[in-house]
Design a protein. Sequence first.
Length: 742
Amino acid sequence: MRPSVSDITESGEQSTSFHLLHEKIQRWIWQQGWTELRDAQEAAIKPVLDGKRDVIIAAATASGKTEAAFLPILSRLLNNAAGGECVIYLSPLKALINDQFGRMEQLCEQLAIPVYPWHGDVSSSRKKAFLRKPTGILLITPESLEALMVRNGHGFSALFAELAYIVVDELHSFISDERGRQLQSLMHRIDCTIGRSTPRIGLSATLGDMRLAADFLRPGKDEDVTLIVSQSGGQGLKLYLRGYIEQSCLVAAAEKTESSLKRGGFSAIAEDLYQTLRGTSNLVFANKKSLIETFADLLRRKCEQHSVPNEFWPHHGSLSKEIREEAEAAIKEKTKPVTVICTSTLEMGVDIGSVTSVAQVTCPPSVASLRQRLGRSGRRGESSILRMYICEKEIIDSTPLPGKLRVELVQSIAMVQLLLAKWYEPPLSGKLHLSTLLQQILAIISQYGGVTGLQAWRLLCDTGAFKGVTQQQFMELLREMGKHLLIMQSSDGLLLHGELGEKIVNHYEFYAVFVSNDEYRIVNGAKSIGTLSVSTPLKDGSFLILGGRRWIVTSIDEKKRAIDVKPAAGGVPPLFGGESGDVHDRVRQEMKHVYMASDIPVFLDSTAKDLLLEARTYFNRYELASRNMVPAGKDTLIFSWSGDRIMNTLIYLLENTGLKTCGERIVIKVFDATPDKVLETMQSSLATGMPSAQELAASVKNKIREKYHRFLPPNLLNADYAAACFDIVGAERVMRWVCSAN
């Protein structure tokens, strides 16, 4: 007979914290049939219950992070039931709120602790119920919390007077972007509004530098954050990577020769997915929505060709809520096999239960993302299964050198090896987020009915989330906001909304700091299929694939932003855009190690092995282990083996000297320039001194990237772009390395 949960932890050691939980929580654990606490759950009980420090609980997907936080949190609420305490749970996704509400309501109903979901799809009656009696757990997005603060003004402090904790789920998804800076500002504003520091609990995947995550959760006080990093989830990993070759038209027309390379490109990958995954439940990740649609269409048609029920469902952010929820429900039910083909929409958050395997088509966007995706399989002690599918193009006479190096394959191998070494990309720090700061200025004016410039500076920058912004920059931002009629100053010195500021704040899109693209709704009769950007070229009679099905456009209503479609035999995936991410320096350095190595990773199939040997042959032929510049006709290729941020900086540095350049994955191509000319240019730049990042940003034409960038003066826009996109120190280091090697 196994011992009870009160006796042992996951490691088999005696539990020292279980007895601290409220007896109702202990009883609930027993009812679940748990025989042990996981390591993170055991470690979190005391610091969370104490409520004296902030805590980050980091673990893989489905490893009990939510329970690790909420078992002690609910114990605290039960112990202080008469105090009417409440908890704010912040989520990046409405779907995750809905999912967590279902899980928590089941537990909290037994404890008589109310749970309130709060987002745009939640009824006003539910929201009013919380406002009448603000106790229990409030599940909310940052945007809805912003609206709650603004609309309740000075009453917000009374509403959350008994706030016990702020819980941030999927903490890693917020770090580095606009929403993350807004979230930091919201948490600080809450502390200032209620007049005390509220314990913050972050739930996160393991990051490359957990101290950076701690500094994000409590800026400037990361040493005061307790880090709990789970060591569990170390089950076995079954991994293989399959290579494919997309045959060129020239080779296809020529006489075929014997080869071990699997030809056919995406069609061949779809065939393998169909044969391998059918009959089980899986997740297939691809980085682009267009690829999701391509494979959903190919796999659905294979099911139709074999006269079997369709098991393959698409899932991405441009599909309608109904189609996404239908796919989520199908894979949750476990009553029949379902494979969902998705982007990062199912990478985190929503609990779909265990799947048999995870597949990745094309190179993953990052090592951290690959780890998140892998965590969706291999639960309950089973091995995780990861299948990777990489398609490379056929090499012909005109194929340039980068195409011969099989970059997609080698980058995938490098990422897997870094994953196995437990390295993940650290969050990028140092951004100014001036667009978000502008939005926060408008928000606190609404919340307080007006503020002085000094009050705004102290709340948002001096003690707040925008510490990288100087007082001079802040005052310049206020002046520019005044010029644009976003704000005005009253006779007694208060900052108030200007004419345009009033319109912006009163629009429902104000609370989101990210850009909402203008989109068409795609409909088939009364059924919503999804949305497409207005920049997508469509006209009557156009064919497209959306929701894994083929459609023809029957009419376009410009005023209503609606496109009617009906089923069709033909179709192509539309262009969605906005689906790329930056590659880290460490990944590119690992790629070079893969090229230079002689061993063959055991997880490669025969085609992938041949492709890797082919890539190494060209790498050695061009002596890229020791050469960092290679002539390519009239042009020169620079191999910096650095990440996208440094490469972007190098491109603009060279452009400013008069050279014409472009970035191509692992290389920078310099047009109409010999290696000697490039070398001479670099040496001259180093001798005269590097420009500042802000000076370099002045040469960038398309710096309007965030929602309120259009209101920034040129120097502030340059400063914002430079902090987010340039690495002058790294670029100078690479230039010195290139010069010293030539």
